[in-house]
Design a protein around this ligand. Structure first.
Ligand code: NAD
Length: 472
């Protein structure tokens, strides 16, 4: 029986390995992590991440051919294929700080693999890493390798999107495998292909050289984020000219060369990947002397920051230029619907901006806990007007924040509502009831363009929807 071990039981390692276990009953899959609470949660009925369909798959496979363990070295030593799905955040200090990927976790995993291995292994880069990382990993794995072990490194980046991870893994647009062009490299590619071939049609499994696979993941995220920044840049122009961004997006997306997806104007993109991966791309370009290319990609992030700050300014200026002492309901805190993930969510920036103007926030998200929200808001944030200064978040700000478990409760007696996450339940709320229980004039700021502006205006709300000419 082939044995797979995945290092890192996070948003990628957990769901990805659960899908492999489901589709490949002949393969034993062990997901290991240094975090004891995370593994304990995977082994409980309360999984550490919320992802539609994940519970059912884990339930079916756990203790059949899917295991979660903190015995990292033991399971790595026993595995034929080792996936590495550890976090690769942006470096916060030293060379490349603020842009380059921090490969500390990756390097420590690679050194551990080298130390504990007693048999040949295929080592798979599942984490998103800078192009050429495999070269460094090869050096770490083969350095001092006097045990005669063969390590083959493959790049197999993950393209799942949180919120639809299980569906994406079940029917991926493509599976990408990059390997060395040597016979041993190609044998390793064939072995990994055989795993995916259990359920992925052959024409959806793409094989490339290592560097193309590594770079494709960064490129894919950069292109996706670029579309969002492009429509968001248009949304600002729509507001100034009387054009409607939803109509523009529809008309533009009807062009079959462009297509309709990822053209929803919003308060901005979030999540752990887009910004980090673009910064990483920018850094790689700079390291290769490609300053114009670096500048080009940097603008995708600048527009995203601009969009968030534009939203905050719009909220404050609409509410007579101050939100001090006013209750504002924040509907949604996760970076997108159907996930509890709050990494880099625009909600953090919006809340910080409003807290800075002394608003009283009442926050509701169906999947994010109070502890998580307060932890996120406790982090230091940039002041966009003076980006060179870090603004420490005052602990007294927490007196301005309450986290509630009901949207109606959040909106009761509020002066304004900010919709930050596009949860389906926010579309189905009784907005007449909400309006009746609010201070007047009642402001509604739709940061996801999920509500019908005309209907909301008919109820009596003063509405701001991204990319829609202002309510007069
Ligand atoms: P995560 O933070 O949720 O999980 C990473 C896990 O690795 C953590 O639980 C951590 O404890 C563990 N870990 C770190 N070092 C370890 C070590 N030496 N030994 C054992 N465990 C260790 O991160 P994630 O969201 O799953 O992302 C993982 C990688 O996948 C990143 O490179 C990310 O860019 C990439 N990625 C993420 C997504 C996404 O949607 N989250 C999508 C595609 C790719």
């Amino acid at each position: 029986m082939v044995k797979i071990c995945c290092i890192g039981a996070g948003y990628v390692g957990g769901p990805t390995m659960a899908m492999i276990a489901l589709k490949c009953p002949d393969i034993e899959v062990v997901v290991v992590d240094i975090s004891k609470p995370r593994i304990a949660a995977w082994n409980s009925d309360d999984l550490p991440i919320y992802e539609p369909g994940l519970d059912e798959v884990v339930k079916e496979c756990k203790d059949r051919n899917l295991y979660f363990s903190t015995e990292v070295e033991k399971h790595v030593a026993e595995a034929d294929i080792v996936f590495v799905s550890v976090n690769t955040p942006t470096k916060t200090r030293g060379l490349g700080a603020g842009k380059a990927a921090d490969l500390t976790y990756w390097e420590s995993a690679a050194r551990m693999i080298a130390d504990v291995s007693k048999s040949d292994k295929i080592v798979v880069e599942k984490s998103t890493v800078p192009v050429k990382t495999a070269e460094a990993i090869e050096k770490i794995l083969t350095h001092n390798n006097n045990k005669g072990i063969s390590f083959q490194i493959l790049s197999n980046p993950e393209f799942l999107a949180e919120g639809t991870a299980m569906a994406d893994l079940d029917k991926p647009d493509r599976v990408l495998i990059g390997g060395r062009e040597t016979p041993a490299g190609q044998k390793a590619v064939a072995a990994l292909k055989a795993v995916y071939a259990h359920w992925v049609p052959e024409d959806r499994i793409i094989t490339t050289n290592l560097w193309s696979a590594e770079l494709s993941k960064l490129a894919a995220n950069a292109f996706l984020a670029q579309r969002i920044s492009s429509i968001n840049a248009m949304s600002a122009l729509c507001e100034s000219t009387g054009a409607e961004v939803n109509e523009v997006a529809y008309a533009v997306g009807k062009d079959s060369r462009i297509g309709p997806k990822f053209l929803n104007a919003s308060v901005g993109f979030g999540g752990s990947c887009f910004q980090k991966d673009i910064l990483n791309l920018v850094y790689i370009c700079e390291c290769n002397g490609l300053l114009e290319v670096a500048h080009y990609w940097k603008q995708v992030i600048s527009i995203n920051d601009y969009q968030k700050s534009r939203f905050i300014k719009r909220v404050v200026s609409s509410m007579f230029n101050t939100v001090s002492g006013k209750k504002i309901a924040v509907l949604g805190f996760a970076f997108k619907k159907d996930t509890g993930d709050t990494r880099e969510t625009p909600a953090i920036d919006v809340c910080h901006g409003l807290l800075g103007d002394k608003a009283l926030l009442s926050i509701y998200d169906p999947q994010v806990t109070e502890e998580q929200i307060k932890r996120d808001l406790a982090m230091n944030k940039f002041d966009w007007d003076h980006p060179q200064h870090l603004q420490p978040q005052s602990p007294t700000a927490f007196k301005q924040v309450s986290v509630v478990w009901d949207a109606y409760e959040a909106c009761k007696d509020a002066h304004g509502i900010c919709v930050i996450t596009e949860w389906d339940e926010f579309k189905k709320l009784d907005y007449q009831k909400i309006y009746d229980n609010m201070q007047k004039p009642a402001f509604l700021f739709d940061g996801r363009n999920v509500l019908n502006v005309e209907e909301m205006r008919k109820i009596g709300f003063v509405v701001y929807s991204i990319g829609t000419p202002l309510d007069s």
